[in-house]
Design a protein around this ligand. Structure first.
Ligand code: NAG
Ligand code: NAG
Length: 457
């Protein structure tokens, strides 16, 4: 998808280079041009095949996965522990939260394991959230972690926090199941917001998500609500759209900071228990190997989900929602958190590679969370966003190129943005890099053109 965007950019820039160099340069240029065009007639992206950009773009969009690092697990004990909790919700509640009294409709669950360095950044951000006293906050720490959060971090008096340290190592599959079942079956909340440990949330992220959950209730196609995981601020006007949300395919993006309403849980509850019963007792870290992979695949098939689909519980949840008619998610236009996942759980990239892909920025202004609005409901708003995209590209574009940006690229960027598949950080870097190559080409250096046409951008 992103490759399509890049192809538009490349075609346009090549066109520019050839039109501006045609007079000056040797016969090599038209040859390159026609080779490029030929290759692109057959397959829109063949010129990019094998280049690094493609790899990066795919990687950045691949991970709706949740396999953690190798944790020392005893799957049988973990299964027995959870089975026991799920047997009797009242007993489980007493065991897990003691005499804690609910005071909110919405539970916020911070899920973590043992990375102290990450938790020290991300948990305080949750605890410092605006209006945190309006939420019930739970820390669900997977078992086997040597790090005791209570002994390390101060829990403010104003917030109601329950710290749950599991007795056994659940791994991400069982852990996610626990969090959902805990929130809705055991504690009977109306809504759940999940923050995974490697995300530092904006002070208003919880309020915004809570508002989005409320807005989603009456929207028959919306399953989860989430904070966009890409920083697309380079293409958007924050004065108008900071509170803007849009509808994207439910399968887009990660499940890093997200929420959903009880009704959505109820729609997929029995599916989730089927998944739970399939994976429990197995080492979830080995879910891509038989016998567990075969069992999960059989489950996918029995539910009518894609047989070659991803095996993770996150993906199973999304498939289940889709099957129940919740095909879309509500997503923010701006990023209200900073992912710091380069430290390991989701990504095994270096810090630099991670930030080149995801960017460092999060929305750094203030909003009115109650004013969140669905931009897809108003055509004039969509046209305005598109005009803004054009304007934002041109601010950069005109620094390099003689004319304004090609309308197809504007449209393609806009469509990618609205579908939740634009990586604004990479896209802006690509535009600048293309611009620099264009300028270099004007100096008449044929080698650069050759490299460029070879797809080395
Ligand atoms: C949503 O994504 C799924 C797979 O990820 C795809 O099969 C489906 O066609 C997409 N739907 C839309 C409306 O793009
Ligand atoms: C914009 O792009 C989309 C997808 O690439 C395409 O379907 C649509 O026709 C384009 N619209 C315009 C006005 O070019």
């Amino acid at each position: 998808m992103y490759k399509g965007w890049l192809t538009f950019l490349m075609l346009w820039v090549l066109g520019e280079i050839f039109s501006h160099t045609a007079n000056a340069s040797s016969s090599q240029v038209p040859v390159l041009a026609s080779r490029f065009q030929q290759r692109n007639r057959g397959s829109t992206v063949s010129i990019l095949a094998g280049n690094s950009m493609k790899g990066v773009a795919q990687r950045s969009r691949r991970q709706l996965d949740d396999s953690g690092p190798g944790q020392q697990a005893n799957p049988v004990q973990a299964a027995a522990y959870l089975d026991d909790l799920f047997k009797d919700y009242a007993t489980a509640r007493k065991q897990l939260v003691g005499s804690f009294n609910k005071r909110s409709r919405i539970a916020v669950v911070f899920m973590c394991f043992n990375r102290a360095g990450v938790i020290r950044q991300s948990l305080p951000a949750v605890m410092r959230s605006d209006g945190v006293e309006q939420f019930d906050l739970f820390i669900s720490q997977d078992g086997g972690a040597g790090y005791n959060i209570e002994k390390d971090l101060h829990f403010p008096e104003s917030s109601s926090i329950v710290y749950i340290r599991h007795k056994f190592n659940l791994c991400t599959g069982l852990h996610h199941h626990f969090v959902k079942s805990f929130t809705f079956d055991i504690m009977d909340y109306d809504g759940l917001i999940i923050v995974e440990e490697d995300n530092v949330v904006h002070p208003q992220a919880l309020q915004l998500l809570a508002r989005m959950i409320d807005l989603s209730i009456e929207q028959p196609e919306i399953g989860i609500v989430s904070l966009v995981d890409m920083d697309n601020s380079a293409f958007l006007d924050d004065r108008k759209y900071a509170e803007g949300i849009n509808r994207v395919n439910g399968t887009m993006g990660h499940l890093w900071v997200y929420g959903f309403h009880k009704s959505r849980y109820e729609a997929v509850r029995s599916n989730l228990y089927d998944y739970y019963n399939t994976i429990k007792g197995h080492d979830y870290g080995m879910k891509h190997e038989p016998p567990l992979s075969d069992k999960i695949k059989a489950l996918l098939v029995s539910k009518g989900f894609p047989a070659d689909g991803e095996l993770s519980q996150d993906r199973f949840f999304i498939y289940s929602l889709e099957n129940a008619g919740y095909r879309q998610r509500y997503q923010t236009l701006f990023r209200f958190f900073e992912p710091i996942g380069y430290l390991g759980l989701h990504h095994r990239h270096t810090e630099t590679a991670f930030f080149n892909m995801f960017g460092r920025g999060m929305f750094n202004g203030r909003i009115k969370p109650q004013a969140a609005f669905d931009v897809t409901k108003d055509t004039t708003m969509l046209l305005d966003i598109k005009a803004g995209v054009r304007d934002h590209i041109n601010r950069v574009w005109l620094q390099y190129f003689p004319g304004k940006v090609h309308e197809e690229l504007v449209n393609n960027t806009f469509v990618s943005l609205m579908e939740g598949r634009l990586n604004g950080v990479e896209a802006m870097a690509d535009i600048k890099s293309a611009g620099m190559k264009y300028i270099a080409s004007k100096t008449g250096n044929k080698l650069i053109i050759a490299t460029f046409a070879g797809g080395n951008i």
